[in-house]
Write a new protein. Sequence first.
Length: 373
Amino acid sequence: MLKFDIEKKNGLARVGIIHTPHGDIKTPAFVGAATRATVKALTMKEMNELGSQAILSNTYHLILRPGIKLIEKAGGLAEFCSWHKPTFTDSGGFQIFSLPDVKITEDGVKFKSHIDGAKFEITPESSMQAQWAIGADIHMAFDHLAKSENYEDMEEAMRRTHAWLDRCVKEHEKQEKTYLKAGKPEQYLYAVVQGGTFNDLRAKSAKYCAKKDVDGFGIGGVFVADGMDEMLKTVCPLLPENKPRHLLGMGQEPIDLFVGAEFGCDTFDCVGPTRMARNGSLYTLDGRINIKNAKYKEDFTPLMVDCDCECCKNYTKAYLHHLFKTDEITAKVLASIHNEHFVVAVVDKIRESILNDTFNDYKESFLKRYYHK
Ligand SMILES: [Zn+2]
């Protein structure tokens, strides 16, 4: 069982440490989105220096390229991308269900590669096999993402996710035996709670997942932050307290990180911060700014005075503006360093504030300034 120590609790919020074979994650923590075994525009050295504790890669993308066998041959994901800290993989469900020609049966999904049209099939079993071969510390069960937001589709997706979870757990145990026998490190499985925006379905799903022999929980399919607090208040108390919870794909908006941590989530991942960075949309304590805006042309101050990232310590807004205007690659690098550091640091500070009993003050002052409320 994945070791998770809770150091402090405050309501549903908690501070803890997840112990993985590749090291510890002090939670709450923001996990870097390394979809294709890389965080776009950043090296792993930069990720390490900006304070990231863990990364999350996507099984679907890695199955297509470079292929699971190659990653296994390289010694696993961490070795392949030279990230010597904890790693997660998500099952790829989210990406597969967004493809145009996806065929879903009770057995699994058939789809065509978005790259060359090659045919693929993923089942709960093959997803588990792929994730063990990739070798991340923490895997997500293969889940079915609903095709629409309506109740019937959500219920159907949840039902199938639960049936697939049972098969994932079984296959995970099978793979575990084989890998441990071969002297490989332990890997861990999270169930994924579905149910969309419907709290009765969320409760059903949480209860179902809670009973399973898994190491933690992903909370999936959250597309809109509206009502996320109520959803988490429904889900988290139904999950065993001693197992970690990962809020999948949320964290582009800082408020989601506060709400997520306040109502019981331990880790977060989101491609938003680095995606926005590449477009010149940069976090500051006073809200997001577009660095391409003409008003920054002669602004010789740092992006954020009180940020200790490589970008803010060394460069001015005028320089960043120039790099974006001339479409220099370095623009994306520096902007990504800052945005990723910003979200990592916000969650680290949330952790500290829960420990110091100052969470509410920190939340209120941060959000007031950031959203100009
Ligand atoms: Zn910075």
